[in-house]
Write a protein that binds this ligand. Structure first.
Ligand code: F6P
Length: 322
């Protein structure tokens, strides 16, 4: 393999830059020429492919977001869009493409490789941790820690006023972020899409929690929960009670900020593993880390299989919230 390119796609996640740096430097170390694509698949369709080198990724390891830029490209979902992208890749003589992103990005990468001559390797990059084939995705750990810092602040004010807080976190259709924020943040409950929400039961638990003498009560709500967003859940829980409640939606602050140690290390490991995979002839695989080991998973499996959230952690949180 003579040339590879790297792009970031979908929602940015802390650690993407660490992975870009690792891809570029690992390629360089193997004598493969590294290229970068600006603004994800949207930039690829426009042919925005630039040579990179070891020095062009200096000083980016600790930065949040993605220095390459990212996009959600509707055009890339069409065969015409992908044909355009393939023309640019052929012209630049790119033989391997590393795609850092989530399941939508991997679907696009998979189709691209099937329709053209380029081989692709995926690196799981999303704060949602919703990809099968890795214990954790790039950005999840940092996003949980960012949310926790904010939840800790909310606890200060909640305890001062003896209030109930509903805190909505991201995660799309998955409850990983909510579960980890709930357990690590000492929440009374984490509402996740994977478990049906019982509003009367939740009301009972909240009231009981104050009866036990607690000065605050935090309910973490996953944005994709079946009961709806935090505002609607809060209204229904408080109905017929005199609970003094407030709602906070954390939103995009969870996505920004410098990657923590875990996401930097994960970026380094997976960036290097993606280059190794391509150099060894692999195609349409995602590299991930499972119990400390680098593993390769067929791209298609990353969205056709779902790694369920650990239900035992939900039960643990329930046991500890007393
Ligand atoms: O997939 C990452 C994520 O942050 C989700 O948690 C969230 O639902 C979505 O992206 C938000 O997307 P956007 O930045 O396009 O509003």
């Amino acid at each position: 393999m003579r040339r590879i390119a790297v792009l970031t796609s979908g929602g940015d996640a802390p650690g993407m830059n660490a992975a870009v740096r690792a891809v570029v430097r690992a390629a360089d170390a193997r004598g493969i020429e590294p290229y970068g694509v600006r603004d994800g698949f949207a930039g690829l369709i426009q042919g925005r492919i630039e040579p990179m080198g070891a020095r062009s990724v200096s000083g980016i390891l600790h930065l949040g977001g993605t220095v390459l830029g990212t996009a959600r490209s509707p055009q890339f979902r069409t065969t015409e869009g992908r044909r355009e992208a393939l023309t640019h890749l052929d012209r630049a003589e790119i033989e391997g493409l590393v795609v850092i992103g989530g399941d939508g990005s991997f679907r696009g990468a998979d189709a691209l490789s099937r329709e053209g001559h380029v081989r692709v390797a995926g690196i799981p990059g999303t704060i949602d941790n919703d990809l099968s084939g890795t214990d954790f995705t790039l950005g999840f750990d940092t996003a949980v820690n960012t949310a926790l810092e904010l939840i800790d602040r909310i606890r200060d004010t909640a305890a001062s006023h003896q209030r109930l807080f509903f805190v909505e976190v991201m995660g799309r259709k998955s409850g990983w972020l909510a579960l980890y924020c709930g357990l690590a943040g000492g929440a009374t409950e984490a509402l996740v899409p994977e478990r049906p929400t019982d509003i009367p039961l939740l009301r009972q638990r909240v009231l009981h929690s104050f009866e036990l003498g607690k000065r605050f009560c935090i309910v973490v709500v996953a944005e994709g929960d079946d009961a709806g967003g935090a505002y609607s859940v809060a209204e229904r829980v408080a109905e017929g009670t005199d609970l003094d409640y407030r709602v906070t939606t954390l939103g995009h602050v969870q996505r920004g900020g410098p990657p923590n140690m875990r996401d930097r290390i994960l970026g380094a490991l997976l960036g290097d593993a993606a280059v190794t995979a391509l150099a060894e002839g692999a195609d349409r695989v995602m590299v991930g880390l499972r119990r400390g080991e680098i593993v390769r998973t067929p791209l298609e499996r990353t969205w056709t299989h779902i790694d369920r959230i650990p239900e035992d952690l939900l039960e643990l949180m329930d046991r500890l919230a007393r």
